[in-house]
Design a protein around this ligand. Structure first.
Ligand SMILES: [Zn+2]
Length: 335
C-alpha cells in the first residue's frame, strides 16, 4: 500500500499514559519495515476552506487559538498542545490525500492508507471530543465531493461509534455513513434507529453489537447489511474509517476481532469498492494496543500485497443475529 504519513503528526503530544500517543504511529512504522511494497507518501495540509465546510468556522478558529495559546485539556480525554493544530491539519490532509489517490483499481498495491493522528471520527461539526479535533474522513469526503465525486460512503469499523461523522452528514444524501460499534462504550451514540434525517434519511446505518462480538459477527454485519446497502447507494468513493480497537487484544474494548479478521474485512471492502467502481481509501482512527494496531495494519497491507486471509468458519452469534434482525427492521440489509 501507499501510506500517507507526516512527522508532524508525532508532535501532537497527549502526555504520559494517554492511549492515543505518538507511539502508535512509531509502532506501525516499525512493523511495516518488515513488509514488501510499503511506500510512504507526503501530503499537503488540509485546505481550511474544506475544513470549514464540515466544521463551524467559529469552532475551527477557537481550536486554532487554543493551540496557539499552548493548548491544554479541551475535555477530560481530549488534549492539545501548541503543535496539535499543525498535526490536525496534516492528519486531515493525509485523509484528503487518501481520497484523492483512491483509484478505481482497488486491488492496486498503491491503494492509500492515511496514517495520521489525531484521529477524527468523534469530532462533530462544532466541537472536539474523544481525542479528535478535525474529522479527517469527513474532510476527505467533502474534498472528494468538491472535486467532482457524486457521493461517498464511509464505513467505520472502529469499535466506537463515529458520532462526529454521523453528525456532520446526518441530513445529507451525498455521504453515506455506516458503523459497527460496541454497545456501552464512548460516546454512547449510534443507536440502530439513528438512520438519518431529511435528505439524509436512510443514508446512516448503525450496527450496535454487545461486547464479545467476533470476526464472524463483523462479517455478518458487512455481508448482510453494510455491503448491500453501500452497493445499492453506489458511491464514487469508499472510505474506511479504520480503527483497530475492536481487536480481541485491544486494551480498551471487549470485542474479539482477530488480526486475520481485519484482513478478511479488508477483502470485503475491496470487493465492495470493485462492485461499485468506487475508489477505495483507508483513514486511521483508533487502536490502542501497539502490537495489535501494528499487526492489524500490516494485515491490511498484506491483502494488497497478495495475501489471502482466511475467514472463520463459525457462524454468527445469537446476540449478533438479534441485532442484525433489528437493523433489518429499519429497512436495511439484503432485500
Ligand atoms: Zn475507537
Amino acid at each position: 500500500m501507499n501510506f500517507g504519513y507526516r512527522e508532524v503528526c508525532l508532535d501532537h503530544d497527549t502526555g504520559e499514559r494517554h492511549p492515543e500517543s505518538p507511539d502508535r504511529l512509531r509502532a506501525v512504522r516499525r512493523a511495516l519495515k518488515e513488509c514488501h511494497g510499503v511506500d510512504y507518501v507526503d501530503a499537503a495540509d488540509a485546505d481550511l476552506d474544506v475544513v470549514r465546510e464540515v466544521h463551524d468556522a467559529d469552532y475551527v478558529e477557537e481550536f486554532r487559538e487554543y493551540c496557539e495559546d499552548g493548548g491544554g485539556h479541551w475535555d477530560a480525554d481530549t488534549v492539545a498542545v501548541e503543535a496539535t493544530w499543525d498535526a490536525a491539519l496534516a492528519s486531515a490532509g493525509l485523509a484528503v490525500w487518501a481520497a484523492e489517490s483512491a483509484g478505481v483499481d482497488v486491488r492496486a498495491r498503491e491503494t492509500p492508507f492515511a496514517l495520521g493522528r489525531p484521529p477524527g471520527h468523534h469530532a462533530v461539526g462544532d466541537d472536539a471530543m474523544g481525542f479528535c479535533f478535525i474529522n479527517n474522513a469527513g474532510v476527505a469526503a467533502q474534498a472528494a465531493l468538491n472535486q467532482g465525486a457524486d457521493s461517498v460512503a464511509i464505513f467505520d469499523w472502529d469499535v466506537h461509534h463515529g458520532n462526529g461523522t454521523q453528525d456532520i452528514f446526518y441530513d445529507r444524501s451525498d455521504v453515506f455513513y455506516a458503523s459497527i460499534h460496541e454497545d456501552g462504550l464512548f460516546p454512547g451514540t449510534g443507536d440502530i434507529d439513528e438512520t438519518g434525517v431529511g435528505d439524509g434519511e436512510g443514508a446512516n446505518v448503525n450496527v450496535v453489537y454487545q461486547p464479545g462480538a467476533d470476526t464472524a459477527d463483523y462479517l455478518a454485519a458487512i455481508d448482510e447489511v453494510i455491503a448491500p446497502e453501500i452497493a445499492d447507494y453506489d458511491p464514487d468513493l469508499l472510505l474506511v474509517s479504520a480503527g483497530f480497537d475492536a481487536h480481541e487484544h485491544d486494551p480498551i474494548s471487549r470485542m474479539r476481532v482477530s488480526t486475520e479478521g481485519y484482513g478478511v474485512m479488508t477483502e470485503r471492502m475491496v470487493d465492495l469498492a470493485d462492485d461499485c467502481d468506487a475508489g477505495l481509501g483507508f483513514v486511521l482512527e483508533g487502536g490502542y494496543g501497539l502490537d495489535t494496531l501494528s499487526d492489524s495494519i500490516k494485515m491490511v497491507h498484506e491483502v494488497f500485497d497478495g495475501y489471502q486471509p482466511v475467514a472463520p468458519d463459525d457462524g454468527v452469534s445469537e446476540d449478533a443475529r438479534e441485532v442484525l434482525d433489528e437493523v433489518a427492521a429499519q429497512g436495511f440489509g439484503s432485500k
